[in-house]
Design a protein around this ligand. Structure first.
Ligand code: PRP
Length: 181
């Protein structure tokens, strides 16, 4: 157990099982199609790396990075692209991979951004859903887990860039962020 852990939400094995299921489902749904998997940096990094190894189709990989405003100013819904796609996704079957859907503003913006590039199809896969925080409705095609409104880190998710490399998902002890590390 990590010293900053309030509660473990999902252990490594549970995550692996669920990610495997998602990968298998995606493999069925995209069978025979040219699939481009796009990760939103940085939180999706570990999820994406595991997910694509459970996808039994050829996949092309790309990443996009968006500006990270403070959560309060993020509520404007304005997202700025920091690193754009390298691939031309026109005519491709695109799967956008996200670690967590919180307010939904990031995905709402990126969905529109991607669709303007005219892919053949567009779907979203998110590991975690925090429905209690939603500000805009965004249709997510594949979800890993639904979680309560708690501060979750690990498996790619950070607090001030810490904890991304934990292999499990845990709720952070409030003392850590109240202390302002
Ligand atoms: C987090 C997360 C999502 C976004 C979700 O990213 O990875 O991209 O916030 O929030 P929303 O649904 O309210 O838009 P963050 O800006 O913390 O960057 P990171 O992925 O680099 O940690």
């Amino acid at each position: 157990m990590h010293p900053d852990c309030e509660q473990v939400l999902f252990y490594e094995e549970e995550i692996r099982r669920r990610v495997r299921e998602l990968g298998e489902q995606i493999s069925l749904d995209f069978k025979g199609k040219k699939l481009v998997v796009i990760g939103i940096l940085k939180g999706s990094l570990i999820f994406l790396a595991d997910l694509i190894r459970f996808i039994t189709l050829p996949v092309f990989i790309d990443f996009i990075s968006v500006s990270s405003y403070g959560k309060s100013t993020r509520s404007s819904g304005t997202v700025r692209i920091l690193k754009d796609l390298d691939l031309n996704i026109r005519g491709c079957h695109v799967l956008l991979v996200e670690d967590i859907v919180d307010t939904g503003l990031t995905l709402n913006y990126l969905k529109d951004y991607m669709e303007r590039r005219r892919p053949a199809s567009f779907k979203i896969c998110a590991l975690l859903d925090k429905p209690g925080r939603r500000k805009v409705n965004v249709a997510v095609d594949y979800y890993g887990f639904s979680i309560p409104d708690q501060f979750v880190v690990g498996y790619g998710l950070d607090y001030n860039e810490y904890y991304r490399n934990l292999s499990f998902l845990m709720v952070l002890r409030p003392e850590v962020y109240e202390g302002g590390r």
